[in-house]
Design a protein around this ligand. Structure first.
Ligand code: SIN
Length: 548
């Protein structure tokens, strides 16, 4: 195995390679959220030389903003893996892969134990056991949390600190532009841009993408500015198949402020888990009669109900009445602080809320161990579609998936290396992604929010597709912003194509023109890949079965 010298830099090092700078490693992990850092740490434990790459700081990722927690069973509380599996399948609208769900859910307790061993501290109940809350779609109190509603921040802190302690080198503020490919199409490294936009190359036996989702494709999102889908675009360009991309989950409750754009503060579902209820401007409850679980229905159901309520009233938000929750500021300090910044006191007045883009249920099609259909390329976390989420992710299953699959992906790389499955170093060369079509980000966000959010229709999807086609221009991928915009442009194309194809409503995919779920025609995932021109091709079921 090759060794990556510490010349690449310890975590936090601000390495600025020259344009022809090169490094080598067994494994390059792109992304510094829960899946990426867990994978990097596990790979290091397995003796691999690992290089982390992140386009922000190692302490920065979508994980950092997660509030609610990690869904994980504690059999001692009367909960069971079977119960968690059943809730995941029910939320997933018939498209989860049951064996994958069982495998990831069953792997949760051990993965959380290892996360705690890495230094993560979860909140405790009065009796000293881990405190557990409920969120939408859960039939049991199984969501563990940290810092009240700052679970992601604590997970991120602990993993980043462990990466530092273990001296796993991380290139911060470097963005991945393209994969290096061997003549047989295997992935053997990455072309990066450094913080100044200079190109550099990392040769690696394996590349693991853990770059998260693409909430920034929409005007309002719970995701940070870095969630631009670069990894997913890179995987598609490398020949990987993606699946379930039409299922963009809208979180029911981000804090509403007039005209808000970009990252909007989340109001965690755990607030409803602890008794808050959704009401309209007149104080009438939103959820009774909509779903047996009422305000704790799965997220797709709640977001759709809020959207209908807003449309009926001609309003752009509803309210969350949390005034019955004692000690709100102590239990939900992050939400409380966000409310305070806009002059709302949740103890006395309802919190204005609206749905916003939150999570990509689909992504690069992978095995539950993070293997894609492209040799040398792996994916874990939100970027990946393992089959856990189906058409709608169950709350707090995302940190769980990142933990479990992050570890398994590192183990899969080690196994594939040992089995001689991966291309040797030095054979790979950069692909031809130096230029790509790019549309204006603001235009993309407006079109996607208007035509590809909750309540899509054939005509709106077609309008969005043709306006994007007319607006895009080929641009050199020579800076961080243009790499992100190219990714968003490609993902808009792909998402619009699969959303138009699925002529039914299911989970997070709500079609105004096809309001019913159609199990006879559509109880299957849509898989998509790019053709030789870079255009998305939706695979027929026969092709798709052999694709990933
Ligand atoms: C939340 O805290 O409501 C979000 C958690 C999640 O997305 O699973």
């Amino acid at each position: 195995m090759s060794t990556l010298g510490d010349e690449v830099g310890a975590p936090g090092a601000k390495t600025s390679p020259t344009p022809d700078w090169e490094a080598t490693a067994d494994l390059v992990v792109v992304g510094s959220g829960v899946a990426g850092l867990t994978a990097a740490l596990r790979a290091r434990e397995l003796g691999l030389s690992v290089l982390g790459v992140t386009k922000a700081a190692v302490s920065d990722s979508n994980t950092r903003w997660a509030q609610g927690g990690v869904a994980v069973v504690d059999a001692g509380t009367g909960d069971s893996v079977a119960g968690h599996v059943a809730d995941t399948l029910a939320a997933g609208g018939g498209l989860c892969e049951e064996d994958v769900v069982r495998s990831i859910v069953a792997g949760g307790p051990a993965a959380v134990a290892r996360l705690r061993a890495r230094g993560t501290t979860f909140d405790r109940a009065d009796d000293g056991t881990l405190a557990r809350t409920r969120e939408g779609g859960h039939s049991a109190f199984r969501v563990i949390h940290a810092g009240g509603d700052a679970t992601g921040a604590e997970v991120q802190r602990a993993l980043a600190a462990d990466v530092g302690r273990k001296r796993v080198p991380v290139l911060e503020r470097h963005i991945a532009v393209d994969t290096l490919r061997t003549s047989s199409g295997d992935v053997g490294g990455l072309l990066l841009l450094d913080p100044d936009g200079a190109a550099c190359v990392v040769r690696a036996r394996a590349v693991l993408l853990a770059t998260g989702g693409f909430g920034q494709l929409y005007q309002a999102t719970s995701n940070p500015e870095i969630a631009t889908g670069d990894g997913l675009a890179l995987a598609l360009r490398a020949g990987a198949v993606a699946a379930d991309l039409e299922f963009v989950q809208f979180h029911p409750t981000v804090l509403y402020t007039p005209g808000a754009r970009g990252r909007c503060p989340l109001v965690t579902e755990a607030v409803r888990g602890e008794g808050a209820v959704l009401v309209d401007a007149g104080g009438a409850r939103v959820m009774p009669g909509v779903h047996p679980l009422g305000d704790l229905a799965p997220r797709d159901v709640v977001s759709a109900a809020i959207t209908r309520t807003m449309a009926d009233a001609g309003a752009d938000h509803v309210y969350l009445d949390a005034s019955g929750i004692g000690g709100f500021a102590r239990r939900f300090p992050t939400v409380h602080a966000a409310c305070a910044r806009v002059g709302v006191d949740p103890a006395r007045e309802p919190i204005p809320v609206a749905p916003a883009a939150h999570f990509a249920c689909g992504g690069v099609a992978t095995s539950p161990e993070g293997r894609t259909g492209v040799r040398g390329l792996y994916a874990a976390g939100e970027i990946a579609r393992t089959g856990l989420h189906g058409a709608n992710r169950l709350a707090s299953n995302s940190l769980l998936e990142g933990l479990v699959v992050g570890e398994r992906a590192a183990e899969a790389v080690a196994m594939d290396l040992a089995a001689g499955e991966l291309a040797p170093l030095t054979r790979a060369t950069p692909g031809d992604a130096a230029v790509a079509p790019v549309a204006n980000r603001g235009l993309l966000q407006r079109l996607m929010s208007r035509h590809a959010a909750i309540g899509r229709g054939a005509s709106g999807l077609a309008v969005a597709a043709s306006r994007i086609a007319a607006a895009r221009r080929d641009r050199a991928l020579d800076g961080h912003g243009v790499v992100e915009d190219a990714a968003l442009t490609l993902l808009a194309d792909v998402l619009l194509a699969v959303a138009a194809e699925r002529t039914e409503s299911r989970g997070c995919h709500v079609r105004a023109d096809y309001p019913q779920r159609d199990d006879a025609g559509w109880q299957r995932s849509l898989r998509v890949r790019l053709d030789a021109t870079g255009a998305p091709v939706v695979l027929t079921p026969a092709l798709a079965s052999g694709a990933a």
